[in-house]
Each structure stands twice: as C-alpha cells, then as structure tokens.
Design a protein around this ligand. Structure first.
Ligand code: GLN
Length: 465
C-alpha cells in the first residue's frame, strides 16, 4: 500500500475516533498527506519511512499549534521543531497530530487539560491516566503504533499502564529536551509509547543522542535498540522491593503484578530481594522539586512573550496578573504557589534544600540495588484507570497515582511499563521495570520477550479499523 493510502486511513481513523476520545488537539490532515505523497516519490530507505506518529502538545512542532493543554498558549505556534520531532521527520515519519494532555503536563488523569478530558478507550467513563493521556490513547486505540509523550514523574509510564500499551521513560539526557516545553527541567524527559516494545525501540533509535541545543543531552552512543530485542533474558536478575508492595495497591493490580514476577521467573530470570529504603519519600520530594522548578519555568508566560494576553488591562503589573489569572488553570496555579513557597527565603532550607538531599539518597538506593540486580520490578500504578471525576477534588489522592514512578525521575534512571494483565472489570494493568542508567536496550529487551511470551490478547472497546 502506498504511504499516501495508508496515511489517509490513519487520518480517517483519528478523525472518526476523536469525538469519542478527545485525545487529539489537532490533526494535521493537509500537511500529513503532503508529506505522504512526497515519501511515495522517493526511495523508501529511511528508517521510519511513512510511519504515522502522534506527538504530545507540549513538544514543539513548526507551523502546528503547541498549546500545552493551556489557555495561555491556546494559539501558540512554534517556529521550530523539537529535536526529537526534527529527527523523526528526517527519518521519514509523519506527525499526524498533536495530543491532549494535562495542562503543562501537570496531572495524572488528563482532567487538567483546558480542552477537556481524554477518555480511556477501554471504558470511556474512565481516565486514560496522565499527563500524556492523549498520546497513550492514540496508541491504545490503534490509530498509530507509536507516540511521543513527556515524563517528569511518570506521565508516560502511568498512562501506558492505564491504557494497556508500552511506555518508556529514558535515562535523563538520553533524548534532547530542546523543544519540549519545560515543566521541571531536572526531571523532564521525552518518553515513548509503543503498541509493542519494537515500536518504541524504532522511535528511540531515531531520536536518542547528543544534541548541541540541549546541554544536558548526553554524548553516549546510541545503539540500534531493535537489534537486541530478542536477546536471551535467561539468567538476568530482577529485583523486587517487597516493602513497596504494601497498602494502597488494588488487589487486582497486586495479583497481576505478582503473576508478572512468576512469568519472568518462568522465562529464566532470577528473582532477588532488593531494598529502596528512601522510595517512600519519593512523592514528597517530587512535589517539592517539581513545583519549585515549575514556578520558575512558568514565569515566562506573562502575556508579553507568548500566546494569550488578557484584555482591558492598563498597567503592566495588572496585565501580568490578569493574563496569568485567566490563562492558567487551577492545578498550574496550585503548583506555582507551592513552588514559590518552597523556594522562598525562610522555607528554602526546610523544604527545597532538604528535598535535594533526600533526592540524592533516593538515587543512592538505586545505585546500591543495581549491584544486586539488572532491573527492579514494581507495579507501574497502584490502581487501574479510575472514574472520570473520582479524584479531582482531592489533589493528594491524585498525586499518589505516581507513587511507583516518580523515584526513577528523581534518580534519572530509565523505566518501562509493560502490559501484564486485566482487572476483573477488564481494565489493563502494567508492570514496571526500572533499569540502571543507559539500560534502555535491556528494558526494551525484557519487554519484548515478555510481551511475546505473555501477550495481552485483548483490545479496547474503541479501536481503529
Ligand atoms: N503526575 C505527575 C504530576 O502531576 C507527573 C507528571 C509528569 O510526569 N509530567 O506532576
């Protein structure tokens, strides 16, 4: 089939399902068809030739809107591509649309988007997880095989888990952040959703690597991540931090994740006990560091430099205040206030500086644990997809969605969520492997071997085709 014919099909499915799922904020119909026709006119020699990709709407794309799910950037069009997008384009991929998200990637359910909640295709009364819910749904609903999201504290792995797809968070510095709108710069990374580990591996191979425009991108060699997917995992050691399997996990999640441990054992892995003694402080530390950095990063949205400006203002300060009052949603304001508070003189030492110290301990725990094992297994999320509206009035309950994911961001290590079963209500559950620095190839290898041996064998109710 020609790339053009295939792309027409993909666009038709994206447009047909979007009214039910609300996962795309824009679908790039014309530009995608133009690119497809061009690709049909050249030899098919590029690694992503004609493959459709969805991109989270906090990643800049030249000429397309990049709203960050916020009123304050509602009509913002970047005049450049993020490095990851530029590399995908150069590899022959087609960015078919931009996906919905929690405003500025702050959230775990997609309910914080200024443009409406994304629906979970397994059950449209449930959330898809967040903040990259739109990208997770683009893959889960079968419209695309791969999508870009972003991770600050779990925003790829958690929605991947709730939507039944593979979600990869990379080592800090593995993928350039150039063109990813900053939330918390020391935690942020671009992440990848795949219909399979192979889909994610293909994207990572193209987008990973040093970029002169992001000084935190690392100069570490980029392997062909698809080449090692079939490697033997027999004899690998999987560490299980039993102390983290305590209260708060739904019974179905516990059962499915326990089963995944048994399955890895059946695949020849050795299961060992490990400890992450400071992981229990992860959420507290994360919400201090992430909000502190966010309060600083979001200062640039002032009505002057980007996007929206409030009307009828006559003085400069009034213009700043009204623009930010009208442009930002509730959760973003909450975080800016929290972040400003923890950084304020008098509280800096008690909160921010203390959190940085505990962050170092969390990282040390991982370094020690990886002396004993090759990857650490936990649930990705303590629950399956919850009902829309169930947690919106309780931010603390919402923050606990990320209890298993934030530590990897704080430490800078990679992690992957792999679909491992369904709840009694037929909702997907993910098992998470966190690996040592630069172990993306190993994590994808584990995921590929696992999903080949134990495929989910189920599809969401809403599915393309
Ligand atoms: N859910 C977490 C938060 O609300 C993580 C977000 C993210 O990874 N972008 O901050």
């Amino acid at each position: 089939m020609s790339v053009l014919a295939k792309t027409k099909e993909v666009l038709a499915e994206a447009e047909r399902l979007n009214p039910q799922l609300n996962n795309f904020l824009s679908i790039e119909h014309e530009a995608s068809l133009e690119k497809a026709a061009y690709l049909d006119s050249v030899p098919a020699e590029r690694p992503m030739h004609g493959r459709a990709i969805a991109v989270k709407d906090n990643i800049c794309t030249r000429g397309m809107r990049t709203s960050c799910g916020s009123r304050i950037l509602e009509n913002y069009k970047a005049h450049y591509d993020a490095t990851a997008v530029e590399r995908l384009n150069a590899a022959g991929a087609i960015v078919i649309g931009k996906t919905n998200l929690d405003e500025f990637a702050m959230g775990s359910s997609n309910e914080n988007s200024a443009f409406g909640t994304v629906k979970n295709p397994w059950d449209v009364t449930r959330v898809p997880g967040g903040s990259s819910g739109g990208s997770a749904v683009a893959v889960a609903s079968g419209v695309v095989r791969a999508a870009l999201g972003s991770e600050t504290g779990g925003s790829v792995r958690q929605p991947a888990s709730l939507c039944g797809v593979v979600g990869l968070k990379v080592t800090y510095g593995r993928i350039s952040r150039y063109g990813l709108v900053a939330f918390a710069s020391s935690l942020d990374s671009i992440g990848i959703f795949g219909g399979s580990a192979n889909d994610a591996a293909d994207v990572l191979t193209v987008i990973a690597g040093r970029d002169a425009r992001d000084s935190t991108s690392a100069d570490v060699a980029v392997p062909d991540y698809a080449a090692t997917l079939e490697n033997e995992i027999k004899g690998k050691r999987i560490g299980v931090p039993r102390a983290l399997f305590g209260e708060g996990i739904e019974p179905d999640v516990r059962d499915a994740v326990e089963k995944s441990i048994d399955n890895f054992r059946s695949l020849g892995c050795e299961i060992v006990d490990v400890e992450l003694p400071h992981a229990k402080y992860g959420i507290a530390v994360y919400y201090i560091i992430a909000t502190a950095e966010a309060s600083s990063n979001l200062a640039r949205f002032d009505g002057v430099r980007y996007g929206f400006r409030a009307e009828d203002t006559h003085k400069l300060r009034e213009m700043y205040f009204k623009t930010r009052e009208e442009g930002f949603g509730e959760e973003v304001k909450r975080r800016i206030m929290l972040g400003t508070y923890v950084l304020s003189s008098g509280y800096y030492d008690a909160y921010y500086s203390k959190a940085q110290k505990v962050r170092a301990l969390i990282k040390k725990d991982y370094v020690a644990a990886f002396e004993k094992c090759d990857a650490i297994l936990t649930p990705t999320s303590p629950t399956v997809a919850f009902e829309i509206g169930e947690r919106t009035s309780d931010p603390l309950a919402m923050y606990l969605s990320d209890i298993y994911t934030v530590s990897a961001n704080l430490a800078g290590v990679p992690g992957i969520s792999i679909p491992c079963g369904l709840s009694s209500e037929g909702l997907p559950i993910g098992t998470q492997l966190v690996g040592n620095f630069w172990s993306e190839a190993e994590l994808l290898n584990f995921a590929h071997v696992y999903e080949t041996a134990y495929p989910l064998n189920a599809r969401p109710r809403i599915f393309a085709g």
